[in-house]
Write a protein of this length. Structure first.
Length: 231
C-alpha cells in the first residue's frame, strides 16, 4: 500500500503545516495545489520534490519518499481554460503527473496532482478537464496504474461525474467527510481521487489547518495494468 496526501494550500497559506503532516501520516507521496513554487523546499521531511509547475501564479507540486520509490518522467499539462482562467490567468498548468517505481517490487505507477477550474466554470468544463487530464497521464506509462488526486471543484452532481469516469475506465473515490468549509453554501466534497488499476483502501479527510480546504489521505495499492483504450 502507498499513502498519498492531497492538499490545496489556499494560496500557500498552509505551507508551514507540511512537515508535521508528512511525519504524522507517514506519507509516501504528497500532491499539492495552490503552492508558491518559488518558495517550496527541495525536501519536506523524508520526501523529495519531484517536480513543480512553473507557468502558474499558484502552482502544483509533487513530493515522494526517496527511500521507497524511484522517480521517472514527470510532466505538467495545460487543460481547456475557463473564462476565469482567460481573464484573470490564475493557472495555466492544471495537472502535474509523475511516474514512480517501487524500489522493493519494481511496480511502476503514475500519480498526479490536479486542480480543476473554479466554481465560476460549468461542470461540463471540469468533466472535460478531468477526462483530458487522465488521457494525458496515460501517455506517461505503458498501461501503468493511474491515481489522480486533487481539488476537483465539483461539490454537486458527483454521481454524474462518477458515471462518466466509470464509462472511461476509472473509479471515483470520495473521502469520508467534506473537504471544503469556508462558505456554508459551497461546503462539500471538493477534493477526491480518481484511479484505474488501483485498489483504493480508504480516502480520509484530515483535520483542517490554515487552508479553506482540508487535506485528504488516500491509501491505495497498484494492482493491475490499465487496458489500452480504457481512457
Amino acid at each position: 500500500m502507498i499513502t498519498v496526501v492531497s492538499y490545496n494550500l489556499r494560496k500557500h497559506a498552509a505551507a508551514g503545516e507540511l512537515v508535521e503532516l508528512v511525519h504524522r501520516h507517514d506519507v509516501d507521496v504528497l500532491c499539492l495545489q495552490e503552492v508558491d513554487t518559488t518558495d517550496m523546499p527541495d525536501r519536506i521531511g523524508d520526501l523529495r520534490l519531484a517536480h513543480a509547475t512553473q507557468g502558474n501564479r499558484l502552482g502544483l507540486a509533487i513530493y515522494y519518499r526517496e527511500n521507497g520509490f524511484r522517480a521517472g518522467e514527470s510532466r505538467s499539462f495545460s487543460l481547456k481554460k475557463s473564462l476565469h482562467d482567460r481573464v484573470l490567468k490564475p493557472a495555466d498548468e492544471r495537472m502535474l503527473g509523475l511516474r514512480l517505481q517501487d524500489i522493493d517490487n519494481g511496480t511502476t505507477f503514475i500519480v498526479a496532482s490536479f486542480h480543476a477550474a473554479p466554481l465560476t466554470a460549468l461542470n461540463s468544463l471540469r468533466r472535460h478537464q478531468i477526462k483530458a487530464a487522465l488521457n494525458e497521464l496515460a501517455t506517461l506509462g505503458q498501461g501503468d496504474p493511474i491515481l489522480m488526486v486533487g481539488d476537483f471543484n465539483y461539490p454537486v452532481f458527483k454521481e454524474n461525474l462518477g458515471q462518466v469516469m466509470r464509462e472511461s475506465g476509472y473509479e471515483l473515490a470520495m473521502s469520508d467527510a467534506r473537504t471544503y468549509t469556508r462558505y456554508r453554501v459551497f461546503r462539500g466534497h471538493y477534493d477526491f481521487a480518481t484511479s484505474s488499476g488501483f485498489d483504493i483502501g480508504q480516502v480520509t479527510t484530515l483535520p483542517q489547518g490554515a487552508s479553506d480546504h482540508l487535506p485528504i489521505l488516500v491509501t491505495a495499492r497498484p494492482v493491475a495494468r490499465r487496458q489500452s483504450g480504457a481512457a
